[in-house]
Write a protein that binds this ligand. Structure first.
Ligand SMILES: C[S@@+](CC[C@H](N)C(=O)[O-])C[C@H]1O[C@@H](n2cnc3c(N)ncnc32)[C@H](O)[C@@H]1O
Length: 274
C-alpha cells in the first residue's frame, strides 16, 4: 500500500502538475492531517476522495502549503542586534567611504512586515545620527499575491505583533480597522516576484547583481526537503557580500549550524559563512 502523502503527491501532480515532493515530509504530513481534521475525514482514503473530486478543497490544500505568516519585528533579538550593532557598523563603513550604500535582500518577504521593520530601524538610525545612510532593500517572494500585499503596506491594526506604540505613531497612518505604512518607509524598497528555486538566476533581476550586506532567508527553509534547503542556502550565501550577514528565523538556526554557518551572536539567527 502506498504512503498517504505519496498518494496526495500523485493526485496533485496528475490534476494540476503540482510537485509536492519538494516539501519536508513532516510538514506535508501535518498539512494533510490539518485538512483531514477541517474536512472531518476519518480516513486518508475519504480525504483523498474529496481531494480528487472537490476543486474547492483541492485549492484549500494547495493554499495550506503556502504559509505566509509574518509579523513586525518577528524575532526581537535579531532586530535588536541589527539595531544596536550591525546597522551602526554598516553606517560607519559608509561614513568612512568604504561603501556607497547598504544593499539588503529579503528573499521571502511575505506581506512585507520584515522589510518595513528593517526600514524603520534604518530611518530611526538616520534620525538619531542626523546623517543619511544610503540603502536599498530588494524584497522578493515567490508568491505574486504576497508581493502585492507587501507593496501596499496595509495591515489590520490587530495584527501588528511586536510593534511599539511609538513606532506605530511614527511610521503608520490609521485607516479604520487598518493601518498603512507611511510612503517614506517604502521609498528605498523594491518589490518583485522571485522564486529562490529558480535555477536560472542567482539573484532577482531587479537587483542586477548580489553583493548584499544583509540577506534575510527567514521562516521558509523548514518547509523544504534538506537538499532544497541546501540549494537555497547556497544561493543566499553566494549573494552575501564579503563580511555580510545571512539572517534566518529562530526555527531555522539548527539548519544553518548543520550547514557550517557561524552564528555571530548566540540565538540571534544572524550568521556568517567562512
Ligand atoms: C512564513 S513566510 C516568512 C515571511 C518572513 N520572511 C518572516 O520571517 O516573517 C514564508 C514565505 O516564503 C515564501 N516562499 C516559499 N517558498 C519560496 C521560494 N521557493 N522562493 C521564494 N519565496 C518562497 C512564501 O511565499 C511565504 O511568503
Amino acid at each position: 500500500m502506498k504512503e498517504p502523502n505519496q498518494k496526495v503527491r500523485e493526485i496533485l501532480f496528475d490534476l494540476q502538475g503540482i510537485d509536492v515532493s519538494i516539501y519536508d515530509e513532516v510538514f506535508l504530513n501535518k498539512s494533510i492531517e490539518t485538512r483531514m481534521r477541517e474536512t472531518s475525514c476519518q480516513t486518508i482514503d475519504s480525504y483523498l476522495n474529496i481531494l480528487r473530486t472537490d476543486s474547492t478543497e483541492f485549492h484549500r490544500f494547495e493554499q495550506s502549503l503556502q504559509i505566509n505568516f509574518s509579523t513586525f519585528f518577528r524575532n526581537p533579538l535579531t532586530f535588536s542586534v541589527l539595531e544596536k550593532i550591525i546597522l551602526p557598523a554598516l553606517d560607519l563603513k559608509i561614513r568612512n567611504k568604504l561603501k556607497n550604500e547598504i544593499r539588503i535582500w529579503s528573499a521571502a518577504c511575505a506581506g512585507g512586515q520584515e522589510v518595513y521593520s528593517l526600514a524603520m530601524l534604518i530611518n530611526e538610525l538616520n534620525d538619531r545620527t542626523e546623517h543619511s545612510l544610503k540603502f536599498r532593500i530588494f524584497a522578493t517572494d515567490q508568491s505574486a499575491d504576497q508581493v502585492q500585499k507587501a507593496s501596499k503596506g496595509l495591515y489590520l491594526s490587530s495584527t501588528l505583533g511586536n510593534l511599539s506604540l511609538s513606532r506605530f505613531n511614527n511610521w503608520f497612518t490609521a485607516e479604520g480597522d487598518f493601518c498603512k505604512v507611511k510612503p517614506v518607509l517604502k521609498s528605498n524598497i523594491e518589490f518583485s516576484v522571485f522564486d529562490l528555486l529558480d535555477s536560472t538566476r542567482a539573484v532577482p533581476p531587479t537587483c542586477i547583481f548580489g553583493d548584499f550586506d544583509l540577506v534575510f532567508l527567514s521562516n521558509l527553509l523548514f518547509y523544504y526537503k534538506p537538499e532544497l534547503q541546501h540549494k537555497m542556502l547556497e544561493k543566499a550565501k553566494n549573494a552575501v557580500a564579503k563580511n555580510g550577514f545571512l539572517i534566518t528565523g529562530e526555527t531555522e538556526r539548527e539548519i544553518l549550524l548543520k550547514n557550517n554557518f557561524r552564528e555571530i551572536y548566540p540565538q540571534s539567527g544572524i550568521f556568517q559563512s567562512d
